[in-house]
Design a protein around this ligand. Structure first.
Ligand code: NAD
Length: 471
């Protein structure tokens, strides 16, 4: 027999499982042992995760400061406190979340036990973005652990310090045979997506969301897609401009506008536009001093690509406030752009930066029409003292969520479900909604063996006589 050595090599390479394959197969084996199912195990893992956050809080804030100069206070109120709230909520309510839910009994089932029982999906994949690199993987992980799944977490390669920290530190706090951190970029994510998962939870851009959805569809894997988009804010003529400018600019400047829920563009009348810009100037100076660039409270754009993308959107625009940039420092000043038309480049994509275009509309109805002519956003914001106008926006626009007289704040209210609709996403999470997302509600019927019950239901058995048809 003549054996060609290079063929042997090819066969060897083929039978060696890659990292993605071996992680998922180990996770599946562990899941099938039932290790993650008991209340006690889930609770111990959630407590481990809680210790991870508490014991590493300082280090997490340092990492976020290093990665894009995110001010520590900002990181603390956005990332760390949100993770803490989510984990405390899960620990407190885990037992009640896991309990079966009784459902109403239709008459033929009156002697039976009927319930829905939450069961874990199995092995789930969580893919995270870079803009809140801890919270946006840990918060879904809390839901996945609480629901009893084995989990593979894929943090973003764009924030490598956070990802490596998660990879090296998390296994010290939670069971590393059940929960894995898988790092890498597009190539590695593509590999992991070739594996069979029982659920995929993805947070990121709408463009990549479509890739994730197609990969999941090939294996009929259910998904949650937490995506982005252009979230509009409408400023009604009745609004308190000073308060509205404070809240809108806070949402725009937080993380330098790199938040999925940032108010992307402003709709208002010409009269309100001029008042808003005046207030905005005062506010920026009050917060960051005469030179925003020198303020320690204002963070930077994550990388050169995003810096170039945002500054390109400013080309040819009319700047009413700010506009200074520094590529070396990846600094973009809080900027307001006016005379914006619906078909301008800045209105075609999610800005994801500290630039606020203002489109003038003269009535609330025109603002609603403008919003409804575009993809459904993650959030709609509106500022008005008129209850009637507020109701018009709540009922007449379509978005993942709506926040009246503020921005972003509905995200941290974890009794509300958080998620998008249409091109801003599929599914929801936070609080009990995270537990529900990662659980299958199994329809459960336990039939009575009572003889009288059997007699009343015996009509279903053959022979199917003519008389039975008359019942
Ligand atoms: P992204 O889509 O570029 O990346 C997200 C994840 O997908 C990363 O882990 C990345 O490695 C992976 N990925 C990227 N390209 C891929 C490909 N071709 N194939 C497979 N995987 C790939 O998003 P981003 O830039 O990290 O985050 C910013 C976007 O996320 C914005 O659009 C923002 O609105 C959105 N976002 C949404 C939410 C939400 O909760 N709805 C939260 C934060 C960010």
């Amino acid at each position: 027999v003549i054996v060609c050595p290079h063929l042997i090599n090819i066969r060897r390479i083929k039978i060696m499982p890659n990292e993605a394959e071996s992680i998922v197969s180990s996770a599946r084996k562990i899941f099938n042992t039932g290790k993650t199912i008991s209340y006690e195990f889930r609770l111990s893992q959630l407590k481990g995760l809680s210790r991870f956050i508490n014991e590493n809080e300082k280090e997490i804030l340092e990492i976020l400061l290093k990665e894009n100069r995110k001010p520590k206070f900002e990181a603390s109120i956005t990332e760390v406190s949100h993770m803490k709230n989510e984990i405390q909520d899960a620990i407190k309510h885990l037992k009640s979340w896991m309990a079966p839910t009784r459902v109403k009994k239709p008459l033929p089932y009156i002697m039976d036990k009927i319930q829905t029982r939450p069961q874990p999906y199995g092995v789930v994949l969580i893919i995270g973005p870079w803009n809140y690199p801890f919270d946006l993987v840990i918060s879904p992980l809390i839901g996945a652990i609480a629901a009893g799944n084995c989990v593979v977490v894929k943090p973003s390669e764009i924030t490598p310090i956070s990802s490596e920290f998660l990879k090296n530190t998390l296994p010290k706090y939670i069971d590393e045979s059940c929960y894995y951190i898988f790092t890498g970029g597009i190539a590695e994510t593509t590999k992991i997506l070739e594996q069979k998962f029982d659920y995929i939870f993805y947070t990121g851009s709408t463009t990549v969301g479509k890739i994730i959805y197609s990969a999941a569809a090939k294996k009929l894997t259910p998904v949650t897609l937490e995506l982005g988009g252009k979230s509009p804010v409408y400023l009604d003529d009745s609004a308190d401009v000073e308060l509205a400018a404070t809240r809108i600019l806070w949402g725009k400047c937080l993380n330098s506008g790199q938040s999925c829920l940032e108010p992307d563009y402003l709709l208002c009348s010409e009269f309100m536009r001029d008042k808003f810009i005046k207030e905005a100037k005062k506010k920026i100076e009050q917060w960051y001093g005469a030179k925003t660039k020198e303020s320690r409270d204002y963070c930077r754009i994550i990388n050169d690509n995003h810096f170039k993308r945002i500054t390109k959107l400013l080309e040819g625009t009319t700047i009413a406030l700010g506009g200074n940039t520094d590529p070396e420092d990846k600094y973009i000043e809080p900027t307001i752009v006016v005379n914006v038309k619906a078909d301008d480049p800045i209105m075609q994509e999610e800005i994801f930066g500290p630039v606020l275009p203002i489109v003038t509309v003269e009535t609330p109805e025109a603002a609603i029409e403008f919003i409804n002519n575009r993809e459904k956003p993650l959030a709609v914001y509106m500022f008005s003292t008129s209850k009637q106008e507020q109701e018009k926006f709540i009922n007449g626009t379509y978005s993942g969520g709506i926040c009246i007289n503020d921005v972003l704040m509905h995200f941290s209210c974890n009794t509300l479900p958080f998620g998008g609709v249409g091109s801003s996403g599929i599914g929801k999470y936070h609080g009990v909604h995270s537990f529900e997302t990662f659980s299958h509600q199994k329809a459960t019927l336990i039939k009575s063996l009572d003889r009288l019950g059997e007699f009343t239901q015996s009509v279903r058995y053959p022979p199917y006589t003519e008389n039975k048809l008359k019942i």
